[in-house]
Design a protein around this ligand. Sequence first.
Ligand SMILES: C[S@@+](CC[C@H](N)C(=O)[O-])C[C@H]1O[C@@H](n2cnc3c(N)ncnc32)[C@H](O)[C@@H]1O
Length: 326
Amino acid sequence: MSVSASTPTTRAPHIPVLLDEVIAGLVPAEGEIHVDGTFGAGGYTKAILEKGAAVFAFDRDPDAIVEGEALAAACGGRLTLVPERFSRMRQALADRGVDAVDGVTLDIGVSSMQLDRADRGFSFQADGPLDMRMSREGESAADFVNEASEEAIADVIYRYGEEPKSRRIARAIVAARPLSRTGELAEIVRKALGWHQGMKKDPATRTFQAIRIYLNEELQELEDGLEAAEQVLAPGGRLAVVTFHSLEDRVVKRFLKERSGATPAGSRHLPERAARGPAPSFENVAKPVRAGEAETNINPRARSATMRVARRTAASPWTGGEGKPA
Ligand SMILES: C[S@@+](CC[C@H](N)C(=O)[O-])C[C@H]1O[C@@H](n2cnc3c(N)ncnc32)[C@H](O)[C@@H]1O
Protein backbone atom coordinates (compact mmCIF):
# COMPACT_ATOMS: atom_id res chain seq x y z
CA MET A 1 0.00 0.00 0.00
CA SER A 2 1.10 3.55 -0.46
CA VAL A 3 0.88 6.25 2.18
CA SER A 4 0.90 9.76 0.81
CA ALA A 5 3.99 11.78 1.75
CA SER A 6 1.84 14.56 3.17
CA THR A 7 -0.01 12.24 5.55
CA PRO A 8 1.38 12.15 9.08
CA THR A 9 2.05 8.51 9.80
CA THR A 10 3.72 6.77 12.71
CA ARG A 11 4.67 3.10 12.47
CA ALA A 12 4.50 1.72 16.00
CA PRO A 13 4.55 -2.07 15.74
CA HIS A 14 1.34 -3.83 16.74
CA ILE A 15 1.94 -5.60 20.06
CA PRO A 16 -0.30 -8.68 20.29
CA VAL A 17 -2.52 -8.54 23.36
CA LEU A 18 -2.77 -11.48 25.82
CA LEU A 19 -0.61 -13.54 23.45
CA ASP A 20 0.58 -16.13 26.03
CA GLU A 21 -2.96 -16.57 27.32
CA VAL A 22 -4.39 -17.01 23.81
CA ILE A 23 -1.78 -19.67 22.98
CA ALA A 24 -2.39 -21.42 26.32
CA GLY A 25 -6.11 -21.48 25.47
CA LEU A 26 -5.69 -22.71 21.90
CA VAL A 27 -2.90 -25.26 22.65
CA PRO A 28 -1.88 -25.44 18.97
CA ALA A 29 0.15 -28.52 18.08
CA GLU A 30 2.04 -29.97 15.15
CA GLY A 31 -0.23 -31.28 12.41
CA GLU A 32 -3.25 -29.23 13.54
CA ILE A 33 -5.12 -26.64 11.46
CA HIS A 34 -6.01 -23.28 13.03
CA VAL A 35 -7.94 -20.22 11.91
CA ASP A 36 -6.70 -16.78 12.89
CA GLY A 37 -9.79 -14.73 12.01
CA THR A 38 -8.06 -11.39 12.54
CA PHE A 39 -4.52 -11.66 11.13
CA GLY A 40 -3.54 -7.96 11.59
CA ALA A 41 0.24 -7.89 12.00
CA GLY A 42 0.28 -11.66 12.42
CA GLY A 43 1.20 -11.76 16.12
CA TYR A 44 -1.07 -14.68 16.99
CA THR A 45 -0.48 -16.42 13.65
CA LYS A 46 3.31 -16.43 14.16
CA ALA A 47 2.94 -17.93 17.63
CA ILE A 48 0.59 -20.66 16.32
CA LEU A 49 2.97 -21.43 13.44
CA GLU A 50 5.84 -21.73 15.94
CA LYS A 51 3.93 -24.56 17.62
CA GLY A 52 3.94 -26.48 14.33
CA ALA A 53 0.29 -26.00 13.29
CA ALA A 54 -0.92 -24.76 9.90
CA VAL A 55 -2.87 -21.48 9.85
CA PHE A 56 -5.62 -20.04 7.66
CA ALA A 57 -5.33 -16.33 8.46
CA PHE A 58 -8.26 -14.05 7.59
CA ASP A 59 -8.25 -10.27 7.34
CA ARG A 60 -10.77 -8.04 5.60
CA ASP A 61 -8.10 -5.32 5.29
CA PRO A 62 -6.20 -5.75 2.00
CA ASP A 63 -3.18 -3.95 3.50
CA ALA A 64 -2.83 -6.56 6.26
CA ILE A 65 -2.93 -9.36 3.67
CA VAL A 66 -0.26 -7.71 1.49
CA GLU A 67 1.97 -7.21 4.52
CA GLY A 68 1.56 -10.86 5.50
CA GLU A 69 2.76 -12.19 2.16
CA ALA A 70 6.44 -12.31 3.18
CA LEU A 71 5.53 -14.40 6.23
CA ALA A 72 3.41 -16.75 4.10
CA ALA A 73 6.27 -17.15 1.62
CA ALA A 74 8.65 -18.07 4.46
CA CYS A 75 6.32 -20.72 5.92
CA GLY A 76 6.59 -23.44 3.33
CA GLY A 77 2.84 -23.64 2.72
CA ARG A 78 1.74 -23.72 6.38
CA LEU A 79 0.24 -20.21 6.25
CA THR A 80 -2.65 -19.41 3.91
CA LEU A 81 -3.79 -15.78 3.84
CA VAL A 82 -7.50 -15.29 3.20
CA PRO A 83 -8.68 -11.79 2.22
CA GLU A 84 -12.18 -12.27 3.64
CA ARG A 85 -14.39 -11.39 6.60
CA PHE A 86 -14.08 -14.02 9.33
CA SER A 87 -17.86 -14.46 9.28
CA ARG A 88 -17.31 -16.21 5.92
CA MET A 89 -14.74 -18.66 7.27
CA ARG A 90 -16.85 -21.75 6.69
CA GLN A 91 -17.27 -21.17 2.95
CA ALA A 92 -13.73 -19.80 2.52
CA LEU A 93 -12.27 -22.92 4.19
CA ALA A 94 -14.52 -25.23 2.15
CA ASP A 95 -13.30 -23.47 -1.03
CA ARG A 96 -9.79 -24.46 0.05
CA GLY A 97 -10.75 -28.07 0.78
CA VAL A 98 -10.99 -27.76 4.59
CA ASP A 99 -14.16 -28.65 6.51
CA ALA A 100 -12.93 -28.82 10.12
CA VAL A 101 -10.22 -27.09 12.17
CA ASP A 102 -8.65 -27.51 15.62
CA GLY A 103 -8.68 -23.88 16.74
CA VAL A 104 -10.24 -20.52 15.96
CA THR A 105 -9.05 -17.23 17.37
CA LEU A 106 -10.58 -13.76 16.99
CA ASP A 107 -8.90 -10.55 18.18
CA ILE A 108 -11.64 -8.01 17.66
CA GLY A 109 -11.23 -4.38 16.62
CA VAL A 110 -8.62 -2.33 14.81
CA SER A 111 -4.88 -2.90 14.65
CA SER A 112 -2.21 -0.38 15.61
CA MET A 113 -1.31 -0.12 11.92
CA GLN A 114 -4.86 0.93 11.04
CA LEU A 115 -4.98 3.46 13.89
CA ASP A 116 -1.51 4.85 13.26
CA ARG A 117 -1.94 5.46 9.55
CA ALA A 118 -3.65 8.79 9.36
CA ASP A 119 -4.75 8.13 5.77
CA ARG A 120 -7.00 5.25 6.96
CA GLY A 121 -9.09 7.81 8.84
CA PHE A 122 -9.55 5.85 12.11
CA SER A 123 -7.67 8.24 14.36
CA PHE A 124 -8.85 11.35 16.14
CA GLN A 125 -5.25 12.10 17.10
CA ALA A 126 -3.74 12.38 13.61
CA ASP A 127 -5.61 14.30 10.93
CA GLY A 128 -6.63 12.31 7.85
CA PRO A 129 -9.55 11.72 5.47
CA LEU A 130 -12.76 10.58 7.21
CA ASP A 131 -12.65 6.96 6.07
CA MET A 132 -12.61 4.22 8.82
CA ARG A 133 -13.35 1.32 6.44
CA MET A 134 -11.30 -1.76 7.28
CA SER A 135 -11.94 -3.31 3.87
CA ARG A 136 -11.66 0.01 1.97
CA GLU A 137 -15.11 -0.69 0.51
CA GLY A 138 -18.64 0.58 1.15
CA GLU A 139 -19.86 3.60 3.07
CA SER A 140 -17.07 5.80 4.48
CA ALA A 141 -17.20 7.87 7.66
CA ALA A 142 -17.47 11.00 5.48
CA ASP A 143 -20.48 9.53 3.63
CA PHE A 144 -22.12 8.75 6.96
CA VAL A 145 -21.60 12.04 8.79
CA ASN A 146 -22.50 14.09 5.69
CA GLU A 147 -25.54 12.13 4.53
CA ALA A 148 -27.23 10.47 7.52
CA SER A 149 -30.03 12.22 9.41
CA GLU A 150 -29.27 13.88 12.73
CA GLU A 151 -31.33 11.21 14.45
CA ALA A 152 -29.46 8.33 12.78
CA ILE A 153 -26.09 9.86 13.72
CA ALA A 154 -27.21 10.31 17.33
CA ASP A 155 -28.46 6.70 17.46
CA VAL A 156 -25.15 5.29 16.20
CA ILE A 157 -23.10 7.37 18.66
CA TYR A 158 -25.39 6.35 21.52
CA ARG A 159 -25.64 2.67 20.66
CA TYR A 160 -22.05 1.87 19.66
CA GLY A 161 -20.21 4.54 21.67
CA GLU A 162 -22.44 4.39 24.78
CA GLU A 163 -22.19 8.19 24.65
CA PRO A 164 -24.87 9.85 26.81
CA LYS A 165 -24.50 13.20 24.99
CA SER A 166 -25.00 11.72 21.52
CA ARG A 167 -27.81 14.13 20.54
CA ARG A 168 -25.70 17.19 21.27
CA ILE A 169 -22.83 15.77 19.18
CA ALA A 170 -25.13 14.84 16.27
CA ARG A 171 -26.59 18.38 16.26
CA ALA A 172 -23.09 19.88 16.11
CA ILE A 173 -22.05 17.51 13.29
CA VAL A 174 -25.09 18.35 11.17
CA ALA A 175 -24.56 22.11 11.71
CA ALA A 176 -20.92 21.84 10.55
CA ARG A 177 -21.48 19.73 7.39
CA PRO A 178 -19.83 18.96 5.01
CA LEU A 179 -16.92 17.34 6.87
CA SER A 180 -13.97 15.61 5.21
CA ARG A 181 -11.21 15.25 7.85
CA THR A 182 -10.88 13.31 11.11
CA GLY A 183 -9.39 16.43 12.71
CA GLU A 184 -12.58 18.41 11.94
CA LEU A 185 -14.83 15.73 13.42
CA ALA A 186 -12.68 15.42 16.55
CA GLU A 187 -12.77 19.20 17.09
CA ILE A 188 -16.56 19.34 16.66
CA VAL A 189 -17.05 16.59 19.26
CA ARG A 190 -14.59 18.16 21.70
CA LYS A 191 -16.29 21.55 21.34
CA ALA A 192 -19.76 20.05 21.77
CA LEU A 193 -18.70 18.26 24.97
CA GLY A 194 -16.51 21.00 26.45
CA TRP A 195 -13.00 19.57 26.18
CA HIS A 196 -10.18 21.06 28.21
CA GLN A 197 -6.47 20.31 28.49
CA GLY A 198 -5.71 17.74 31.15
CA MET A 199 -8.93 15.76 30.62
CA LYS A 200 -8.11 12.07 31.17
CA LYS A 201 -9.87 10.75 28.07
CA ASP A 202 -10.33 12.59 24.79
CA PRO A 203 -14.11 13.19 24.44
CA ALA A 204 -13.86 12.20 20.75
CA THR A 205 -12.96 8.59 21.70
CA ARG A 206 -16.52 7.27 22.01
CA THR A 207 -17.80 8.97 18.85
CA PHE A 208 -14.94 7.62 16.72
CA GLN A 209 -15.41 4.13 18.20
CA ALA A 210 -19.14 4.27 17.48
CA ILE A 211 -18.82 5.32 13.84
CA ARG A 212 -16.10 2.70 13.22
CA ILE A 213 -18.18 -0.12 14.75
CA TYR A 214 -21.25 0.94 12.77
CA LEU A 215 -19.50 1.28 9.38
CA ASN A 216 -17.66 -2.03 9.69
CA GLU A 217 -20.72 -3.84 11.16
CA GLU A 218 -18.40 -5.11 13.86
CA LEU A 219 -20.97 -6.51 16.29
CA GLN A 220 -22.84 -8.39 13.56
CA GLU A 221 -19.51 -9.73 12.28
CA LEU A 222 -18.67 -10.94 15.79
CA GLU A 223 -22.02 -12.72 16.17
CA ASP A 224 -21.72 -14.33 12.73
CA GLY A 225 -18.04 -15.17 13.34
CA LEU A 226 -18.87 -17.04 16.56
CA GLU A 227 -21.50 -19.07 14.71
CA ALA A 228 -19.05 -19.75 11.90
CA ALA A 229 -16.46 -20.95 14.46
CA GLU A 230 -19.10 -23.28 15.92
CA GLN A 231 -19.58 -24.67 12.40
CA VAL A 232 -15.93 -25.29 11.54
CA LEU A 233 -14.45 -26.42 14.86
CA ALA A 234 -13.90 -30.17 15.16
CA PRO A 235 -14.94 -31.89 18.43
CA GLY A 236 -12.32 -30.89 21.02
CA GLY A 237 -11.35 -27.80 18.98
CA ARG A 238 -10.65 -24.59 20.90
CA LEU A 239 -12.08 -21.09 20.52
CA ALA A 240 -10.28 -18.01 21.91
CA VAL A 241 -11.79 -14.53 21.55
CA VAL A 242 -10.22 -11.24 22.66
CA THR A 243 -12.46 -8.16 22.86
CA PHE A 244 -11.81 -4.55 23.81
CA HIS A 245 -15.05 -3.16 25.16
CA SER A 246 -18.15 -4.27 26.96
CA LEU A 247 -20.41 -4.26 23.88
CA GLU A 248 -18.21 -6.91 22.25
CA ASP A 249 -17.56 -8.91 25.40
CA ARG A 250 -21.29 -9.12 26.05
CA VAL A 251 -21.82 -10.81 22.67
CA VAL A 252 -19.12 -13.44 23.38
CA LYS A 253 -20.28 -14.01 26.96
CA ARG A 254 -23.90 -14.49 25.89
CA PHE A 255 -22.94 -16.84 23.04
CA LEU A 256 -20.78 -19.10 25.23
CA LYS A 257 -23.29 -19.09 28.06
CA GLU A 258 -26.05 -20.18 25.71
CA ARG A 259 -24.03 -22.71 23.72
CA SER A 260 -22.62 -24.35 26.86
CA GLY A 261 -26.14 -24.83 28.24
CA ALA A 262 -25.67 -22.35 31.10
CA THR A 263 -28.61 -20.15 30.03
CA PRO A 264 -31.70 -21.06 32.08
CA ALA A 265 -34.05 -23.37 30.22
CA GLY A 266 -37.05 -21.89 28.37
CA SER A 267 -40.62 -22.80 29.31
CA ARG A 268 -41.35 -25.16 32.17
CA HIS A 269 -44.44 -26.29 30.24
CA LEU A 270 -42.30 -27.86 27.51
CA PRO A 271 -41.07 -31.44 27.89
CA GLU A 272 -37.79 -31.37 29.82
CA ARG A 273 -35.62 -32.22 26.80
CA ALA A 274 -37.15 -29.55 24.55
CA ALA A 275 -36.91 -26.97 27.34
CA ARG A 276 -33.21 -27.67 27.73
CA GLY A 277 -32.61 -26.76 24.08
CA PRO A 278 -30.06 -28.41 21.78
CA ALA A 279 -27.09 -30.27 23.31
CA PRO A 280 -24.27 -27.89 24.31
CA SER A 281 -21.87 -27.19 21.44
CA PHE A 282 -19.20 -25.72 23.76
CA GLU A 283 -17.81 -26.82 27.13
CA ASN A 284 -14.97 -25.89 29.47
CA VAL A 285 -15.90 -22.22 29.20
CA ALA A 286 -13.11 -20.57 31.16
CA LYS A 287 -13.49 -17.48 33.36
CA PRO A 288 -12.68 -14.26 31.45
CA VAL A 289 -8.97 -13.42 31.43
CA ARG A 290 -7.65 -9.86 31.63
CA ALA A 291 -4.14 -8.54 31.10
CA GLY A 292 -1.90 -8.23 34.16
CA GLU A 293 -0.01 -5.12 35.23
CA ALA A 294 3.22 -6.19 33.55
CA GLU A 295 1.48 -6.34 30.16
CA THR A 296 -0.57 -3.14 30.54
CA ASN A 297 2.59 -1.23 31.52
CA ILE A 298 4.17 -2.16 28.19
CA ASN A 299 0.99 -2.06 26.10
CA PRO A 300 -1.74 0.34 27.31
CA ARG A 301 -4.14 -1.10 24.67
CA ALA A 302 -4.20 -4.32 26.72
CA ARG A 303 -5.90 -2.49 29.61
CA SER A 304 -9.37 -2.95 28.14
CA ALA A 305 -8.85 -6.47 26.73
CA THR A 306 -10.87 -9.51 27.83
CA MET A 307 -10.21 -13.03 26.59
CA ARG A 308 -12.71 -15.89 26.68
CA VAL A 309 -11.90 -19.46 25.68
CA ALA A 310 -14.00 -22.61 25.32
CA ARG A 311 -13.80 -26.10 23.86
CA ARG A 312 -16.06 -27.46 21.12
CA THR A 313 -18.10 -30.54 22.00
CA ALA A 314 -19.13 -33.23 19.52
CA ALA A 315 -22.74 -31.91 19.43
CA SER A 316 -24.19 -30.46 16.23
CA PRO A 317 -23.91 -26.70 15.74
CA TRP A 318 -27.04 -24.80 16.79
CA THR A 319 -27.27 -22.88 13.52
CA GLY A 320 -26.04 -23.35 9.99
CA GLY A 321 -23.80 -20.25 10.09
CA GLU A 322 -23.78 -17.53 7.41
CA GLY A 323 -27.50 -17.10 7.91
CA LYS A 324 -28.47 -20.75 7.24
CA PRO A 325 -30.44 -22.96 9.63
CA ALA A 326 -28.57 -25.98 11.04
C1 LIG B 1 -6.72 -6.19 16.67
S1 LIG B 1 -6.16 -6.54 15.06
C2 LIG B 1 -5.50 -8.16 15.17
C3 LIG B 1 -4.07 -8.19 15.59
C4 LIG B 1 -3.45 -9.58 15.55
N1 LIG B 1 -4.05 -10.48 16.52
C5 LIG B 1 -1.95 -9.51 15.78
O1 LIG B 1 -1.48 -10.12 16.74
O2 LIG B 1 -1.26 -8.86 15.00
C6 LIG B 1 -7.65 -6.82 14.21
C7 LIG B 1 -7.49 -7.14 12.73
O3 LIG B 1 -8.65 -7.84 12.33
C8 LIG B 1 -9.16 -7.34 11.15
N2 LIG B 1 -10.61 -7.53 11.21
C9 LIG B 1 -11.49 -6.91 12.01
N3 LIG B 1 -12.73 -7.38 11.81
C10 LIG B 1 -12.62 -8.35 10.87
C11 LIG B 1 -13.54 -9.25 10.24
N4 LIG B 1 -14.83 -9.22 10.54
N5 LIG B 1 -13.07 -10.13 9.33
C12 LIG B 1 -11.76 -10.18 9.02
N6 LIG B 1 -10.84 -9.35 9.57
C13 LIG B 1 -11.25 -8.46 10.48
C14 LIG B 1 -8.74 -5.89 11.10
O4 LIG B 1 -8.65 -5.46 9.76
C15 LIG B 1 -7.39 -5.94 11.81
O5 LIG B 1 -6.34 -6.11 10.90
